[in-house]
Structures are given as C-alpha cells and as structure tokens.
Ligand binder design. Structure first.
Ligand code: BGC
Length: 263
C-alpha cells in the first residue's frame, strides 16, 4: 500500500463494511476507504438526518457503495450487512465496527435501559460484527482486517460516562483476544482509539465556547480532531502496509491521554 494513501487505488477490489457509516467518524472512514478504491457497504440507522447524509455519500460514490439500514445491536441486522456485501460485491475484506453512542451518565444515575443500549450498540455489535465478518473472511479465504473504533476511554476513565467507558474497555479486550484467535487465519484485529473528535457525539462540547477552549487547551496538539484525522489512520490499517499490526490499539488523540496537567 502506498504510504501516503494518495494513489486512490491501494484498496481496489476490496470490500469494506462500516457500521454507523453515515455520520461522524464513520462517514469520514467511508469516504477515505472509497477514495482508496474499496467498495463500501454503509450501515445506517433510519432517521431523516441520517438518510440525507447517506444519500450525499452515495451520490459521491456511485456504484462503489451500497447503503443498508441495520440496527447493529441486533445480530440479525449485522447478518444483513454481511449478506449485502457478499451479494453485491462478492466478499468482505474489511469490517469497521464503528457505530457507537454515549449517555454521559454516571454510575449513580445510569438506568438499566441506558446501560443496555450503550453496551449493545457499542460492544455487542463489535463482538458479533467481528464474529460474522471473520466467519465470512475464513470461508472466502485470503485473510482480512477488522477495525474496532474504540476510544481513549478504552483505558482512561471518564467520570460521568460510565457505560461508555465499560463498552470501550470491553472492545479493548475484544480486540486483543480476537486478534490472537484470528491470527492463524490471516485476519488482523486492531482498535483505533480517538480522543475528542468534532462529531455529533461531542455536540454539547463543541457548541459551548468555554468548554471547547478548555478542551483544546488540554490537548497537546492544541485542537480537537477532525473525523478525517481518524479516517486516514483507519485507511492505513486497512491496507497492506499494516499487515503485521494486530491485537492492539492505535490511539489518535493528539496526545490527550498522556497529557500532563501542567501544574
Ligand atoms: C467521547 C467524548 C470525549 C472524548 C475525549 C470520546 O471517546 O465520546 O465524549 O469528549 O472521548 O474525552
């Protein structure tokens, strides 16, 4: 794979599925993988804004992409994504378990329903997405790439966002364990751990100027990430240049996780 990812063809002939691919980091990942030649199955949830965003991506990508409505917290719906990729493009080479939500709730006030939703959408979907994609990759032969969108919070506690941290901690061990189990099949499993990214999940921070400047000041590189900052790393990990990377997480956080307080 071209190290600069600028040839636009390094993923030619490969098929990728991106969960939550119509918004935020997922949308940037879709465009970056497609820009490097991959065929795309874009998972989306059925609401108006999501459908509009999806339509825009599909218009840009033409024949190269297919939108599939799926609720990734359901195994049946994850199967729909795999089936769509196989029937339209013949195979699955890259699975990006990207869909995620957070409730910003603490251990004292999280409801059972919030807990379940976060764990199902973030962790259960990544577990079964990995299982189903890996089964397809093994059946078709030739290995593959599974990329789990985790967070600095797979490792770094975020008080007031407990279910989210739990789900990302689970994805950390999913990545480690599945990476080892699937290595004999030539399938790599890698986590990508963003810090703060300018996406809908961080809407409340971005729309509060005081909070935003505090956050930017806490990030050693001085700014929140753009979704493209994360997507370019995913594209690299999806390509041949990253064939020896597995069972680990690549953090893309501008240094946030290891920043000192400067006191
Ligand atoms: C969370 C954000 C948080 C960021 C940095 C992300 O994983 O979704 O809510 O601002 O990490 O802490």
């Amino acid at each position: 794979m071209d190290a600069t990812h600028t040839d636009g063809a390094s993923l030619h002939g490969r098929t990728a599925i991106v969960t939550g691919g119509n918004t935020g980091i997922g949308k940037a990942v879709v465009l970056a993988l497609a820009g490097n030649g991959a065929n795309l199955v874009i998972d989306y949830v059925a609401d108006k804004a999501a459908e509009d965003a999806l339509e825009q991506s599909l218009r840009e990508l033409g024949e190269q992409a297919l939108g599939v409505e799926a609720d990734v917290s359901k195994v049946e719906d994850l199967k729909k994504l795999i089936d769509a990729a196989v029937s339209r493009f013949g195979r699955v080479d890259i699975m990006v378990n990207n869909a995620g939500i957070e409730t910003r709730s603490s251990i004292l006030d999280t409801t059972e329903e919030q807990y379940q939703r976060v764990l199902d959408i973030n962790l259960k979907s990544a577990f079964f997405g990995t299982q189903l994609a890996a089964s397809q990759m093994i059946a078709q032969g030739g290995g593959g790439r599974i990329i789990n969108m985790t967070s600095v919070h797979e490792d770094w506690p975020m008080p007031g966002n407990t279910p989210y941290c739990l789900s990302k901690g689970g994805m950390r061990m999913l990545t480690r364990t599945a990476g080892i189990e699937l290595a004999p099949h030539g399938i790599t499993v890698v986590g990508v751990g963003p810090g703060a990214v300018d996406t809908p999940i961080n809407k409340s921070t971005v729309s509060d100027p005081t909070l935003l400047s505090k956050l930017n000041a806490a990030i050693p590189l001085g700014r929140m990430a753009e979704p493209q900052d994360i997507a370019s790393v995913v594209t690299y990990l999806a390509g041949d240049g990253a064939s020896y990377v597995t069972a680990t997480t690549v953090f893309v956080d501008g240094g946030l996780m290891h920043a000192s307080l400067g006191l």
